[in-house]
Design a protein around this ligand. Structure first.
Ligand code: TRP
Length: 333
């Protein structure tokens, strides 16, 4: 374990995981968990930057955790945990906040965007990126897979390593690299294939959630935006909607796109959509069964959360101790 590079990524508890996550998981997680020391966490503290109904938030955390496991993330091979279970996140975040120039936070486009749409803006929304930097630096992460929208937050995290080193010296915090998934191997939004399928999309028709009912899945896929041509062929430039459906079809059926196109020679898009919808429903069925099972037993879920937290805590405490010592704080006995 010790010599494997560390991957860390977090996900805020909004929306449900999507078909895009399912495909990403199939393609990446299994490989990654062999080659890296992977850490995934549920960012519940980040969720508090917008008003949450307490009961719904707690339920959502359980649901999210169960969704990760249902997608096949192995809690033995990966460290999966809930952010708030590791108090070091909040502690390091404070130290980093005190190293962060106001100007750097003022430049954050996500803050500008979110605060322009929100009525009551809280300071947590403003300092969100320093908490995120803390998440990453606590685990001495080498690689951080994130979406394009997190690029600027990752740059702040890297700047913070430099600010920290300028004040306290080198060798305490590790400089992380962002890994921003390339386009092409991605699942795009169903109504707007120019953007990624995202769980936080305002338009529910843009994504299939992994716990959507079969009926909902069928409806969403049948109404996916496609062009008015009638020939089923792969042309991402001119027919991005259809290309996206073909990509999903190909990954889930493990058949080549050419083969699939051949099957639909002389047929309309509608046929392809009906078959694809059935394929998605069938593919997600075992995931949904596993999810339902997990959600029935919250005690078991909590025990799994604690198991992940115990692994995470060791790493986090080690970093925080070093940080306390270098910043002049007395580390608790
Ligand atoms: N801000 C990330 C998002 O909205 C979630 C997140 C929080 C995260 N902390 C992180 C991602 C640390 C990677 C690493 O997607």
């Amino acid at each position: 374990m010790a010599d494997k590079k560390v991957i860390l990524s977090g996900s805020t508890v909004t929306g449900d995981l999507t078909l895009g996550n399912y495909i990403g998981a199939m393609n990446n997680w299994r490989k990654l968990q062999e080659e890296y020391n992977c850490h995934y966490f549920i960012a519940d503290l980040h969720a508090l930057t917008v008003a949450q109904d307490p009961k719904a938030l707690r339920e959502r955390c359980f649901s999210f955790f169960a969704q990760y496991l249902a997608l096949g993330l192995d809690p033995e091979k990966n460290t999966i945990f809930v952010q708030s279970h590791i108090h070091e996140h909040a502690e390091l975040a404070w130290i980093l906040t005190c190293l962060t120039p106001m100007g750097n936070l003022n430049r954050m486009t996500q803050f500008k965007d979110k605060s322009s749409r929100t009525k009551n803006i809280n300071a947590g929304l403003f300092t969100y990126p320093t908490l995120m930097a803390s998440d990453i630096l606590l685990y001495q992460a080498d690689v951080v897979p994130v979406g394009e929208d997190q690029r600027q937050h990752m740059e702040l995290c890297r700047d913070l390593v430099v600010f920290f080193e300028n004040r306290y010296g080198e060798g305490i915090l590790k400089m992380p690299e962002a890994y921003i998934g390339k386009a092409g191997a991605r699942v795009m939004a169903l109504q707007d294939p120019s953007k990624k399928m995202s769980k936080s999309d305002d338009n529910e028709k843009n994504f299939v959630s992994i716990i959507d009912s079969p009926k909902k899945i069928q409806k969403k896929i049948k109404s996916a935006q496609t062009d008015s041509d009638t020939v089923v062929n792969y042309d991402p430039e001119n027919k991005p909607g259809l290309a996206n459906l073909l990509t999903i079809y190909s990954v889930l059926s493990e058949r080549s796109i050419e083969e699939i196109c051949k099957d639909y020679e002389g047929k309309m898009y509608g046929h392809l959509k009906v078959d694809l919808a059935d394929l998605v429903v069938d593919t997600l069925k075992p995931v949904q069964e596993k999810y339902e099972d997990l959600m029935k037993n919250k005690d078991h879920l909590e025990a799994l959360m604690e198991k992940g937290a115990q692994k995470a805590r060791l790493r986090a405490a080690d970093t925080l101790k070093k940080v306390y010592e270098t910043t002049g704080l007395i580390y608790r006995r």
